[in-house]
Ligand binder design. Sequence first.
Ligand code: HEM
Ligand code: HEM
Length: 179
Amino acid sequence: SRGDAAKGKVIAEQVCAACHGADGNSVASANPSLAGQHAQYLESQLKAFKSGQRNDPIMMGMSAALSDADMKNVAEYFSTQKLKARQASDKTLLPAGQKLYKAGNPVTRIPACMACHGPAGKGFPAQYPALGSQHAAYIVKQLNDFKAGTMRKNSVMADVAMRMSDADMKAVAEYISGL
Ligand code: HEM
Ligand code: HEM
């Protein structure tokens, strides 16, 4: 069942707006944009923060106050907001980033990100999050968190991130931020 976006909007404006923007387009690069993200993914992450499975001190505090219904409603609200397009800030990294995103690297056995996150970075509902127009710094932090496995545990993404160098992460994040 879908959440109630009108109820979710009240929570978003009162609680989440300071960091994620009232319309889900965040300004600070540590805070992910949530606009246009798949509702099921947003809900799953809020549950993961609440249970401590995804470890972030700020979001563990924020999610503790949310009921299951609140999570569904606020996820529905942000998913229906329009994501603003972003330009990659370091264009020199785009060729390497694009290559990794679209084709992976057979030598280091990095799979193509596109296979799961889609050619335009829109992901697939219920399975894979959208990445396009996300802050590059946020993307790099998530890849490092998957690699370390302490802040964020996901076996699929851990297997991808453990094959990536810092330079790979930076390049692919710049490419993704401009998608
Ligand atoms: C991450 C939702 C309030 C700071 C996230 C994510 C979600 C979310 C779904 C994960 C996004 C993803 O995986 O792409 C919400 C909701 C809020 C709220 C529904 C209101 C109820 C806040 C506030 C702050 C904040 C007020 C700042 C004080 C962050 C940060 C992250 C994050 C820094 C990234 C954590 C990391 O690096 O893993 N939030 N948020 N959020 N949020 Fe919030
Ligand atoms: C999540 C990047 C390849 C499946 C993520 C996230 C990032 C990312 C940054 C977190 C999104 C957020 O916090 O909003 C990448 C990059 C890839 C890649 C750069 C290529 C180098 C793949 C592939 C698969 C995949 C090939 C599938 C086999 C997933 C899944 C999640 C995810 C299932 C959600 C994990 C969770 O629930 O915590 N990816 N990805 N990714 N990715 Fe990838």
